[in-house]
Design a binder for this molecule. Sequence first.
Ligand code: IPM
Ligand code: MG
Length: 365
Amino acid sequence: MQFNIAALLGDGVGPEVATEAIKVLETVGKKSSHSFNLHHGLIGGVAIDEYGVALTEETLEMCRSCDAVLLGAVGGPKWDDPKAKVRPEDGLLALRKELGLFANLRPVKVLPMLTDSTTLKPEVIKDVDLIVVRELTGGLYFGQPKKQWQTPEGRRAVDTMDYSEPEIERIVRVGFEIALTRRKKLVSVDKANVLESSRLWRQIATEVSAGYPDVELEHMLVDACAMRLIQRPAYFDVVVTGNMFGDIITDEASMLAGSMGMLPSASLAGIPKGGASKAFGMYEPIHGSAPRRAGQNIANPIATILSAAMMLRYSFNLTTEAEAIEKAVTAVLEEGYRTYDIIEEGKTQVGTKEMGGLIADRIIS
Ligand code: IPM
Ligand code: MG
């Protein structure tokens, strides 16, 4: 099969880590009967420098014409002025909204050989294997009104947490579908003791659960969830939540794995069934552009490489090939190779390119 991939490498370490993911995809292509055609475009700060906007209409169209998008990272101090008219992040938010990428999947798996590289006790993070399903195109990020204005008493600003029934229903369904392929435990996270939009969320989650009798649904308040994630993270299997809460708890959850550099993500325009799908999606590491690490060949490319594996699974329905990438990552870590962010005594430190090369070398499919 032929697959077209829009490659938006972005800013900072984005191009370095995405290049390694492309290297791995090309290796998968060579070893299988599939070919991955890359189409490059600019996003974020580099697009602002070149075109004055973080995402052009042409780049958006190019993404639409592809089967999936691979994204590096956006942002950096150069474009950080809070008064700036355009921000690199606008490109990312526009892509999510315009491409209808409502389901953000953020798996957090603690690999046994990395339990010592986190700040938490090994016995707490042992066996952590959870996935957060975050709603990505609604809620506080996009609700209207959203503005700042001047009043006689001074400046004022508003953001709106707005969710409709169809928006909640489809994302909760993603949570249930994924839970069916795992340990069948879904925690729906909200703030129903305070927020109206959360009370609607909770009702709809309960209604949708009637169609999934094999999955156990638990409602949890977001503050309690934040606590539980540190206290007993292995408790969680699948978590489904809104845009803002999902943003916050996924940064928290990422620390369980020791480094943001390990964590992939998928943003889908459809509901995956049976752990696979052919939905259009965008794939990116959870980490940002890490400007201070850029251009030094030190960033960890594993998050982006694992995002490419998610692309194979969730947009191309190539489960075996996705597993081949995941196994190659595990093999290289088992052999003791580490990037700077996960280095420990007795292990071999390697750079971005070397890590990508080692993983590509171990792909067998
Ligand atoms: C994320 C990021 C983005 C978000 C930023 C860069 C706009 O924090 O993907 O989690 O808030 O969604
Ligand atoms: Mg975030």
